[in-house]
Design a protein around this ligand. Structure first.
Ligand SMILES: [Zn+2]
Length: 257
């Protein structure tokens, strides 16, 4: 797992699986871990990453309810998990889904895990809104369309945007179950001014982007979504898995979502 510092208060760890990102943000004596890496060894090392940086954990946040972003409690079993109201609603409506999908992933890839996933205490956060951290506040922005739920997190003093599964350099826009093209496009339009103001954008999957590169990917994604079902894949995202995501998008758009 790779860990990079974007600012004295912001670290990003990137998983070997799907380049899933996990951001650690601090203000004063508080810090939050946002989203999670996937493999057990990566999760095990997270407490040491915080300790080494001198950050004391106050809680976990997740950008949305997809299981690969929810594994923070495996590293910090007693921490509370804060999510957008939309994500809390989804997790309450589908209890056990994340744990079941994690088990299926582990079975498929022969991954041993010492404990099953339990999400524990959920804190439902109003979005749009703010989340206090130390002497500062994180801004929470609605980010649905990939799924039915989600939030993007803006760290004002570091000018870092953690956007969940949007603006990825490795994955084309994925309209999952519960998501929609219109919702996805609306989220990209909402994120655009933040991307333009950002020093760094941390996508849910893929390397950290500077503001200019993120803005270019955002434009590509708007263009791709607007042209569905006849869109072509962006040049840098044309591998086999991207074609599979694209085929599913085409089907959903033709079915009217
Ligand atoms: Zn994801």
């Amino acid at each position: 797992m790779r860990v990079v510092g974007l600012h004295p208060d912001v670290l990003v760890a990137t998983s070997r699986m799907w380049q899933t990102t996990c951001t650690i943000v601090r203000s004063g004596t508080e810090s939050f871990v946002i989203d999670s890496p996937v493999f057990p060894d990566e999760l095990e090392i997270l407490p040491a990453v915080l300790e080494h940086a001198g950050f004391a954990l106050s809680g976990l946040l997740a950008t949305h309810a997809d299981w690969d972003h929810l594994l923070g409690r495996l590293a910090f079993p007693t921490a509370a998990l804060g999510v957008a109201e939309t994500t809390a609603a989804r997790l309450t409506a589908e209890p056990g889904t994340a744990a079941r999908q994690l088990r299926a992933f582990d079975d498929e890839h022969y991954v041993d895990r010492s404990a099953p996933l339990s999400l524990g205490q959920l804190q439902s956060l109003p979005v749009p809104g703010h989340c206090e951290i130390g002497e500062s506040e994180l801004e929470l922005h609605p980010a649905d369309g990939h799924t039915a739920d989600g939030m993007a997190i803006w760290i004002p003093w570091a000018r870092v945007l953690i956007c969940g599964d949007y603006v990825s350099p490795v994955e084309v826009p994925m309209i999952s179950s519960g998501g929609s093209r219109d919702g996805y496009l609306a989220t990209l339009r909402r994120l655009e001014p933040l991307v333009e103001a950002a020093a760094y954008v941390v996508p849910g999957h893929g390397e950290v982007l500077d503001g200019a590169r993120a803005a270019a990917i955002l434009r590509e994604d708007v263009n791709y979504l607007a042209k569905l079902p006849d869109a072509e894949l962006p040049i840098a995202r044309r591998g086999e898995p991207q074609h599979a995501i694209h085929a599913a998008n085409v089907q959903r758009v033709r079915a009217g979502t």
